[in-house]
Design a protein around this ligand. Sequence first.
Ligand code: XIL
Length: 378
Amino acid sequence: MIIRTHSRRDFLVGAAKAATLGISGTTGLSGVSAFATPQARTVAASGNDGLIPYGAAVRSSALASNAAYRAAIVANCQLIVPEGEMKWPDIHPARGQYRFEKADALVDFARQNNIEVRGHTLAWYGGMPEWTEAIGSRAEAQQELVDHIETVVSRYRGAIPSWDVVNEPLVDWPTDAAWLRPSIWTKQLGPDYLPIALRAAALADPDAQLVLNEYDVEYEGPRFAARRKALVRLLRALRERDVPLHAVGLQAHLLAGRTIDRDGLQAMLAEIKALKLDVLVTELDVIDYELPGEVSERDAMVAAMAAQFLGAVCDVVRPKAILTWGLSDRYTWVPTYFKRRDGMPNRPLPLDADFKRKPLFDVVEQYRRTAAVPAGAL
Ligand code: XIL
C-alpha cells in the first residue's frame, strides 16, 4: 500500500514552490518518477501500423475480475485511460495523503502488455473529494492544486506521455461574461487556475502531452455554437500567454438524436489547428437511451452517429488518438445517467457485453485509417 503523507514541512515547501508558479512562473520542479523511462511527447508510439492509435477507458475492478475483458483490452487497445483511478477521490482521498495502488496497477498492466496510458484528470470541477471543500484561500488552493499535479504527474513521468490536465472548463452555456464552470479552483483562483495547472504539469513532466478536454462542442444549436466560441477563445488566451498546452481533447459523448454541426465543428477545428494544437478524441461513446430498442437497428444508428462525428473531424485534422469511454457495453458509465425507459441495457461502445464486435467497432477502425490531412484541406 503506497500512502504518501505530507508533513507540515512539505506543506511549507510546497507553498513556497506554488508561490513561484503563478501566471509567469518558470521555476523548475524536481520530481522522482517511479516509472522513469524517457518517452517522446506522443501517444501510442508503440502502435507502428500507421493507424491512428485506438484506446479505451478501463476499470481496474473489471480488469482484476474478468479475464475476457482483460483479453479484449489487450487485443484491441494501444492506449488505456483509467475511468476513475487517477481522479482526486481515488488518488488523493485526504489532505496530504496520496494512494497510488490502483493507478500503479493499471500502469503496470499497461506496461506488461505494451499499451500506453493516458492520465485523467488533474483539474476538474467534478468528482472532487470532500476534503477539498475546506480549501479556503487563494494561496491554499494554489498550493493544493500544484502539489497534486506535481506529485501525480512526476510519479508517472516516462510512463504516462499524455495527460488530461484540464477537464470540462466551460459552463454549459457560456456567454462573454460567464464562461468558466464554477469549481473550488475558480472560486479561489479564478481563470488563473488554468495556467497554474498547465504550468505545474509542464514542470513536472516537460515531455508530456498536455491536453485540455471538453464536451458538447459538436452539435447544431446556439448552446453548442457558444461552447465552440468560448473554447476557441480560451485556447487563444492560453496561447497568447504562452501557457504550455499541446492538444484539445474532444470527449465526444455523442447523444443520439442530436445533429452534428459539421460546418461549426470543422470551423472550430480549423481554429484549433491554426493555434498549432493537436486534437484527440478522448471519450467517444454514443448515448442510445432514446433510440429504438431493436438491437441491430440501434447498433446501426449508434455507428452512424459516430461515423458522422469522426467523418467531420477526420476531414480536417488527423486526431492523435481515438479513445472510447470503455470498450465493452458490459462496463459503461452511460446507464448511470442515461438509463433506457424500456429497461434494455445501453449499447454505447464498440464491443457488446460479450466482447463481440459491433458496427461501431468497424467505424472506429475505418477512421483510424485517416491519413495525414493534406495542407490547405480547409
Ligand atoms: C465518469 C465515469 O465514467 C464514471 O464512472 C464516474 O462515476 C463519473 O465520471 N466526462 C469525463 C469523465 O471526463 O471523467 C466522466 O467519467 C464521464 C464524462
